[in-house]
Structures are given as C-alpha cells and as structure tokens.
Design a protein around this ligand. Structure first.
Ligand code: BGC
Length: 801
C-alpha cells in the first residue's frame, strides 16, 4: 500500500484481494457510486463491478428452506465501466488477445485512489513475449459537481511495436445482484425491459427498468479519441450497447480514449424521461480534462468543510474514511429521498438497507454538512406514516420504526438468515430491535443542538420525537410486583441475544440500553412539549391527538422504567446475570477468530443465548451516546445510582464478554475506554480504524464498507477525544486525548459559524473562529466558560490538566 498522505494505492494484481480493493476503491458522489472494479472484465469470481444509486430499490420473492420470502435490495444498476482493448500490430494480420489484469501478459498493475481529487487510476502493463509492450492507464471519476456524470480516460503507450489499439467501450445491462455469496439462493434479477440504441453522433445508450418498483434507468455514453479513430462501429444487443474504435498507436506516442457517461433514473427530480435526460447531459458534457477540473473543485469544497488534521497512519486512514462517507452521503444526497445505507453505496451486503447506523453517522455530518443530516432525517419523517402503521399493527400507539428500512419504510428485516457455517436457514428476530426508534429521536435532538435548526425541531422533528415517545410509552407495562415499568420482548444492540434459552417466544425483557434510551426520549419529548411556542404546541397536540394525561404517563414512565442490575453492575437485560459463562479461552483456542460466536455455537448445536457473550457493545452504548454527567442524570431520574465505580466495573464486565462481531463494537469500546482514560482504548481505536482497510471481520468489506464504523471513527476524533457536546447554546469541551493521538485538529460548523478550527494538544486547546457578523461562540472547557469572538483565536490551557 502506498504511503502518501492523500493517496491510497495497491501495487500488483491479486485476484484474491480484488473484491476487497474494489470496495475500498469505490468512487461515488452521494447520488450513485461504482465499485473500483477493472473495466476490462465483467463480474466473475474475482471481480464485481457494482453500481448503486441512493434509494433505488426493488423487491423480489424467493423460496428458501421451503418458505417464500420477500426481499428488497438496493439494485445493482447496469455496468458503465466496460472498456476492452487489444493490440493490432502493423506487422501481423492477427490481433493480439483481449487484455485484462487476469491475462498472463500482465507484468505490472497498480491501483491508486487520489483522495484529494476523487479519482481512481488503474495502471496495467502488458508484454507479449515478442518484445511488444503496452502500458494502459485508466483515470476514472464519478463527478462530485455534476452528479449524473462519470468518466474514464484510457491512455495507451506502445513500446516495441506500432499499429493500433482496438477498444470496445460498452454499457452492460446484463447484471444481477450477485455480490454476496450468502444470498445466492435468493432471487437476484432486478432489471428488465432492456433496450439499447445509438445516435447519429455515436452516443450509445441503454434503457431498462427495475422489475417491481418500476424505476426507469438510462445510461448514455460518448467516446472521444486522440488521435482520431481509424475505424469504428457500434454493436447493440437488447442488454448491451458498445462502440468499437480502432486508434492508431506509434511507439513513444500516446493514444487516449475518453468515455463520458450520464446516468439517470426516473427517481431523479424534474426528470420524466431518463433517457432524454442522459442523452442531453452527455451531449453537453465538457471534455474529460475540463470534467476533471470541475470534479476536483467539487472535492476541494468538501475537504474544506470536513478538514481533519491527524498525523501519520491514523490520519491517512481517517482521510480515507472521510472520502468514503462523503461518497455515500454528500450534499447531492440532500436533494434525494434516501437514508443511510449501512454498507455505503459500495456493495450489496445488508441489501443497501438502512439500520440504526445513522446514529454513528449523523453526529459527524451535523458538524460539517447539516443540510445532509436534515435530508436523512427527512427520509425518516417521510416514513413516519409507515412507522405509525407498524405500531398500530403491533397493537401499539406511536411510531415503530423498522429495524431495516428501504424504499417505503416498511420492515425489511429478513425472516430467515443463513448460517454459512452450518448451512442452516434460521429464524431472524433482529426486527425486535425497536431501539432504532431511539436512534432516530437522538439524531433529531443532536441535529437540532448542533445546527440550531429550531424550525425543523418544532415541525418534523417534533412529530417524530413525540410519536417515538408515544411508542415507548405504549410498549411500557407497569409491573406492580416490581413497582416499575418494564419493556418486554425486545432485542438490544447485541444481536446475539434474541431470546431466553428454551423460551417459546423471542425477545428479552428490560434491555438496559433500550429502557434508558426510552426514558431519555420520553424526557426530551416532554422538554419539547414545554418549550414549543404556544400556537405550534396547540397545533401539534391537536394533530397528534395528544392528551394531557398521556404526557403525565410519559413523565411517570421516564422516572420509573426498570433498569436491571446484577452483582452491582448494570445488566444487559433482566436475567442476564443468570446466564452461563462462556469458556472464552477455550473457544479462542479452538476456533481462532470467534467474532461470529453465534454462528460457531449454532453450528455446534448450542446457542449463544445461553451465555454472557455479546456480539457488540450494548450496555456500553450508553457511554457512547451520553456524557458521564448526562448518563448519571438519566439514571438519577430513574432512581438509580450510577457513579464512576459502577460504570467502570460495568465497562470491565462487558469488555471481557464481547466478541466484537460488528465493526461498531471496537468503535464504541474505543470511545468508552478513552472517556474513562483507560490505556487499552488505543487497541480498540486501532481495530476501529483498520476495520475496513484490513477487513477485520474477515471478508465482509468486499461486500461493502461499514459506513457507521467509518463515520464513527471520524466522530471519535471530533467528539470522542475532544469531549465536544453542543448543548445549552454552548460548545462544551472536555478533551481526553490518547497518548497515541494527542495532537490533532478538526474543523467544524456550529450553528451559524462555519469553519471553526479546534486544535488539541495534550495540555491545551486552540479555538479559531473565522470573522463573521455572528455572535461570539460560547465555550465551556471542562465546565469553565470562555467566549471566542469571530475573527479571533484563543489558546486555552486545560483546567485541571
Ligand atoms: C450490527 C448492527 C448494524 C448492522 C448494519 C450488524 O452486524 O450488529 O448493529 O446495524 O450490522 O451495519
């Protein structure tokens, strides 16, 4: 891997690592993205050239294990990459073979991602054993300023021969969703109704639609070569369109082939005819060098807003994370109806569904691109009617957001999932993770605190927050024996535990994370009811038919929800303390990697439900969402004591009983441990940083990056290590830098102030607020108040530091 601070490169061609590299070399602009696959070959065991547009889903039914199941997928769109080439030497009538990185004539290969400029360069060198050498460089972009456009420039250099290169530039609609092996028994053909064509000026195109959601998709491609082609012809089949060009090539000279592609779908705003739009856009597109320049400017603007100065390798990885987060969610996303896909627009794992992962993503976006956060919250707000309907069907009031959300907000969680280790299809109860509603509510609140967008809070934000609060109230039952409210039959963030051993019904009672966040949601909903302007309050209460006694009940529940404890520690759920201890050392010795302990135990005929063993942070998530003061405040409100000793002992307990089967786990542990100043925080931080680049979960990154963990690592620096909170109209800072990460800088946007620079050193903080007409920034550094006026820089020693 290359070591330059702004590039990410892979030297040599390794078919076994290809799919991972494709995911990590994806290019996108928040509207659509394409994996960094070779252009020369279609999908095959080593290659998977997927293209995905935000929010473009399709639903199919399949039969697995004798049951009919329905799945909605983020659709793999036609492949716009194809570019094949071969040598036509002047001294022989026989053309050379079609070349690709898989061809034995390959003698060198390098793939380089330029993070600053947003381009991918693939360089291949071929030698034919007869002294002929061809160097091919492909520069590729998915445009960050003109989000319908993408382009490739191929540059050929010949040594030891002259003649021509024959190049076939294509659009391939014959694609399926076959990027994830585990899904191979499921229906995967989402496209239909293909047709292709070519215009008089040589622009060729492909049109098709998704089978059941009826989204029309059009791609149009234009080619230009230098020197001019000697010959050219088009080839059209119903699912593929291509143009073949023969470009002369002399030794020492170069030939270039540019391919510019426009991609539209019928979901695009203001577009009724995607094909006409694609043809028009590609016809008017400037030449590739100018496209590159405007693309670079687009990226420049983003880097200005998301500046992060972290030294050395950690900084390089974090830059890659910024790059991928912004390729999945950019200001272009703000114009779409799309949520946060857990695996980015980088692959097909989890079918492009939207989980609670936005909890790890929005806090980062809030402080740089609040308009993107707002649009992601709008995605949830548009699906509030579906969430209400889901609650109603469950016999409950309020809004029950789905654990997995897709196009229309219905529950998309699969009913069965495959354990690849045992080959068995098993019931999937993860839909009982109703805590996703609290994540939506938390994000509404966080977004408002960081952006100051009261209008949103008082309208759409309030509707979501109040309806989620109402759901929690409906889900809470009074237990007279306990003298507390209880929330039963749920699954917490730790997906390993989906029921009590031997129980005939799935779900657990009183998941501490669920109950504490529910109490927090109820309290914030009540705060909001108190502070809404009178007219708005009346209007909202009428619209939601919210009666005063309902609010009284919320208040009661917010003070009397049950939080289970065992041996003086917070229990993950009621009864957790009675579960068996797992022989961790034995399992590690036997299996090595035990991240997916659930699969190991199931394959052994056992179940992880029997053990005190978690997939990921569950109770400890509380230390991720809330500062120590806020957390002990919520516990205090519920009538429980949570002091440093209890929290530390709780952290210790779960730390030793978690297998980290989710990339979110290392991140949360790094955060929580850094906040309690534990030396081992760095181990988890390193794991969180390398989660995708080193494919820590063993093969999963190839199926898509882990967007929550990537954004989470950025937020770990931005909020975790700085202790930054945006509340009560002030920036609160309580730095807890790690010895390995003690000097860094972040740039944030806070309310009306753009580009506030925070620099942290072990013993001081520097805050620079750019000049503007806005009010001074109120800062609370470890509780001590300071004011930083626009146009000034303040260096503050750490109180008590
Ligand atoms: C994790 C969930 C997460 C999902 C999507 C799962 O492995 O357990 O917490 O939401 O992946 O990223």
């Amino acid at each position: 891997m290359g070591a330059d601070a702004w590039t990410w490169s892979y030297e040599g061609y390794d078919p076994g690592a290809e799919r991972l590299r494709e995911a990590l070399c994806t290019l996108g602009n928040g509207r659509f993205a394409t994996r960094g696959a070779a252009s020369e070959t279609p999908a095959g065991p080593a290659h998977y050239p997927g293209t995905y547009a935000a929010g473009c889903y399709n639903r199919l039914t399949s039969t697995v294990a004798g049951r009919t199941v329905e799945n909605e997928d983020l659709v793999n769109l036609p492949n716009w990459l194809p570019l094949r080439y071969r040598i036509l030497p002047a001294d022989t009538p026989d053309p050379g073979p079609w070349l690709s990185p898989d061809h034995p004539q390959l003698t060198g290969h390098r793939r380089t991602l330029d993070l600053r400029r947003g381009t991918l360069t693939l360089r291949s060198v071929y030698e034919d054993g007869a002294g002929r050498r061809l160097t091919v460089t492909e520069r590729r972009l998915v445009h960050m300023a003109e989000p319908q456009l993408a382009a490739q420039r191929l540059t050929f250099t010949a040594e030891g021969w002259s003649g021509a290169v024959e190049v076939v530039a294509g659009l391939d609609g014959d694609v399926r969703n076959s990027g994830v092996d585990r899904y191979r028994e499921l229906a995967d053909t989402h496209l239909t109704g293909w047709y292709t064509g070519i215009e008089d000026d040589g622009t060729f195109w492909l049109h098709c639609r998704t089978r059941t959601s009826g989204i029309r998709i059009a791609l149009a491609a234009r080619t230009r070569t230098a020197p001019r082609p000697r010959a050219g012809h088009a080839r059209l089949t119903p699912r593929r369109a291509s143009r073949t060009l023969t470009v002369p090539l002399r030794p020492g000279a170069t030939a270039t082939v540019d391919k510019t592609v426009a991609l539209y779908t019928s979901r695009d705003r203001g577009v009724t005819d995607p094909l006409a739009a694609a043809l028009g856009t590609v016809r008017d597109a400037p030449a590739v060098p100018r496209l590159l320049a405007s693309h670079h400017r687009g990226w420049d603007r983003l880097w200005q807003q998301a500046r992060l100065d972290v030294p050395e390798e950690a900084g390089r990885i974090l830059r890659l994370h910024v790059f991928h987060v912004l390729q999945a969610l950019s200001p272009h996303t703000a114009r779409l109806d799309a949520g946060v896909p857990a695996r980015g627009l980088h692959g097909e794992a989890y079918r492009g569904h939207v989980f609670w992962d936005e909890l790890f993503v929005l806090p980062f976006l809030n402080l740089h691109f609040p308009e993107v956060s707002r649009s992601l919250l709008n995605y949830r707000h548009r699906r509030l009617p579906a969430a209400r309907e889901a609650a109603r069907e469950a016999g409950l009031a309020g809004a029950m957001y789905p654990w997995q959300s897709g196009s229309d907000g219905r529950e998309e969680t699969q009913r069965l999932h495959l354990n690849p280790r045992s080959g068995r299809w098993l019931p999937d109860h993860s839909r009982l993770q109703h805590h996703v509603g609290s994540a939506v509510a938390y994000n509404v609140w966080q977004y408002w605190q960081a952006s100051g967008d009261t209008k949103f809070l008082h309208t759409k934000g309030a509707e979501m927050l109040l309806e989620i609060a109402r759901f929690w109230a409906a889900k809470s039952d009074w237990d007279p024996a306990l003298g507390r409210y209880r929330i039963r039959g749920v699954v917490g963030p730790d997906e390993y535990h989906d029921g009590y051993p031997g129980a005939d019904r799935p779900g657990l009672d009183d998941n501490a994370y669920t109950n504490v966040t529910a109490a927090w949601v109820l309290s914030r909903a009540l705060d909001l009811c108190r502070t809404l302007p009178e007219a708005r309050r009346q209007q909202l209460f009428e619209r939601l038919a919210l009666a005063p006694d309902e609010r009284q009940r919320w208040d009661d529940i917010a003070h009397r929800l049950h939080v289970p404890y065992h041996h003086g520690l917070i229990s993950q759920f009621a009864g957790y303390g009675q579960l068996a201890e797992l022989d961790w050392a034995g399992y590690r010795e036997r299996y090595g990697d035990i991240r997916r302990l659930d699969r190991i135990l199931e394959a052994e005929g056992d179940t992880v439900n029997r053990y005190q063993a978690s997939k990921q942070a569950d109770v400890l998530m509380l230390g991720y969402l809330f500062s120590p003061a806020e957390l002990s405040g919520v516990f205090g409100q519920l009538g429980y004591r949570l002091d440093d000793d209890i929290w530390r002992a709780t952290v210790d307990h779960y730390l030793h009983r978690t297998s980290h089967g989710s990339t979110l786990s290392a991140l949360v542990h790094a955060w929580v441990l850094a906040r309690v100043r534990r030396a081992d925080a760095w181990t988890y931080c390193e794991e969180a940083l390398t989660g995708d680049v080193a494919d820590v979960q063993g093969g999963t990154t190839a199926e898509g990056i882990h967007l929550g963990a990537m954004a989470g690592t950025l937020d770990f620096v931005q909020r975790g290590l700085t202790g930054l909170e945006t509340r009560d109209r002030a920036l609160w800072l309580d730095p807890a830098p790690l010895p390995q990460l003690s000097k860094f800088g972040v740039r944030i946007r806070y309310r009306r102030h753009r580009d506030i620079d925070l620099r942290i050193r072990a013993d001081r903080v520097t805050i620079a607020v750019p000049d503007s007409e806005h009010a001074a920034v109120q800062v609370r550094l470890r509780g001590q108040p300071f004011t930083v006026a626009p146009g000034t820089v303040r260096r503050l020693g750490l109180p008590g530091g």
